[in-house]
Design a protein around this ligand. Structure first.
Ligand SMILES: NC(=O)c1ccc[n+]([C@@H]2O[C@H](COP(=O)([O-])OP(=O)(O)OC[C@H]3O[C@@H](n4cnc5c(N)ncnc54)[C@H](OP(=O)(O)O)[C@@H]3O)[C@@H](O)[C@H]2O)c1
Length: 317
């Protein structure tokens, strides 16, 4: 199978590329502006979603059997800074890829988010009514609708939750943000009333690659880890994994912290049926997810000095 991955320089796209290579498929990889090395002889090719002609030409040249879209402006704060640009990426870019995929008969896998829900009725099924509270959530919902309108066949929209894992630049995931903040001398406040159901990015990548070979599974599905946890408790589990004292993060409450936060859903979790009983890949516990986490290379010397007990950290590669 020939697979084209967009957003390959991002946290999820990078993990998807590794999983596609492990499966033995041929890979074409695209990013926005950056070039990220995927393997010894494969680097992501810059190809912004705004460049319609080049994207069409590239996909017609290679005629892949599947297209996976992990490209997005994925931070709600970044979306708020540049709403129109984010719309062109999160909605129009996703729709364009879905249309080309349908035209060339390629399977299309698109990634969406739990932020399409307001958090008042967790756990959510994929059939529950969305009600986004942020511009990011609204754009991702619009993208879902547009992508699903292209075809009912050969297409999956997978909503996913907060992602744990190792990103190519070491700055994207919850543990990387905590370690980066500590290395720069600040402490993070994490909320014990903000509940999520985090997902391992590698496990998600594996289920997406499995879906490439399951043409009978089409439409909108949910994927996550197997457990809920508060952002604060996740922070504590991360500090424990790296042998860092728990007083390095501050326990807060969303409800006591300003009007901006009132728009953030306080409780997001998913019911994983029907997908979970149809696939071989199974969701991971928080413990399994935490074991996969690494100290980003650029922080390793700092970490050896800073950690209370660096001997707890045994990297699993
Ligand atoms: N991370 C999470 O916790 C989380 C949770 C739920 C859902 N999701 C969803 O999962 C997907 C992947 O998220 P992520 O965290 O892996 O994102 P990420 O790390 O921010 O990566 C985003 C990717 O999109 C590319 N991109 C950005 N602007 C682009 C443009 N104009 N044209 C083409 N490519 C562009 C980036 O390329 P450059 O590096 O070159 O800019 C990068 O490869 C997204 O759909 C996101 O909404 C993520």
């Amino acid at each position: 199978m020939k697979v084209a991955v967009f957003g390959a320089s991002g946290m999820l796209g990078f993990a998807v590329c590794k999983s596609v290579l492990r499966r033995g498929f041929k890979l074409f990889v695209y990013s926005n502006k950056s070039r990220v090395s995927i393997s010894d002889n494969l680097e992501s090719k810059p190809l912004p979603f705004s460049d319609d002609d080049k994207i069409t030409r590239e996909l017609f040249d290679h005629w892949p059997d599947a297209i996976i879209n992990c490209g997005a402006i994925s931070s709600p704060d970044e979306v708020n800074k540049s709403i129109e640009y984010a719309h062109s990426v999160n909605v129009l870019g996703a729709y364009r890829l879905a249309s080309i995929a349908s035209h060339i008969g390629a399977r299309y896998i698109h990634v969406s988010t739990d932020m399409v829900f307001d958090g008042n009725m967790s756990p959510y099924r994929s059939t529950d009514m969305p009600n986004p509270t942020s511009v990011y959530g609204a754009q991702k919902l619009e993208a879902e609708k547009k992508v699903l309108s292209v075809t009912e066949e050969n297409l999956v929209v997978l909503r996913v939750t907060l992602l744990n894992g190792n990103s190519p630049r070491g700055r994207r995931s919850p543990h990387e943000k905590i370690l980066q903040a500590l290395a720069s001398g600040s402490k993070l406040t994490l909320f014990d009333d903000e509940i999520r159901q985090p997902c391992s990015v590698e496990n998600l990548a594996d289920v997406m690659v499995e879906l490439l070979e399951r043409p009978n599974l089409n439409g909108l599905f949910h994927w996550a880890g197997s457990e809920e946890i508060s952002r604060y408790n996740l922070g504590l589990r991360i500090l424990e994994r790296f042998g860092i004292n728990s007083d390095q993060i501050i326990r807060g409450k969303m409800k006591d912290n300003g009007s901006n936060l009132s728009k953030r859903p306080s409780h997001l979790s998913f019911i994983l049926e029907p997908l979970v009983s149809k696939v071989r890949t199974q969701p991971l516990s928080i413990k399994q997810q935490i074991q996969e986490l690494h100290v980003p290379n650029e922080l390793y010397s700092w970490y050896r000095e800073f950690a209370d007990d660096p001997s707890c950290y045994i990297p699993r590669f």
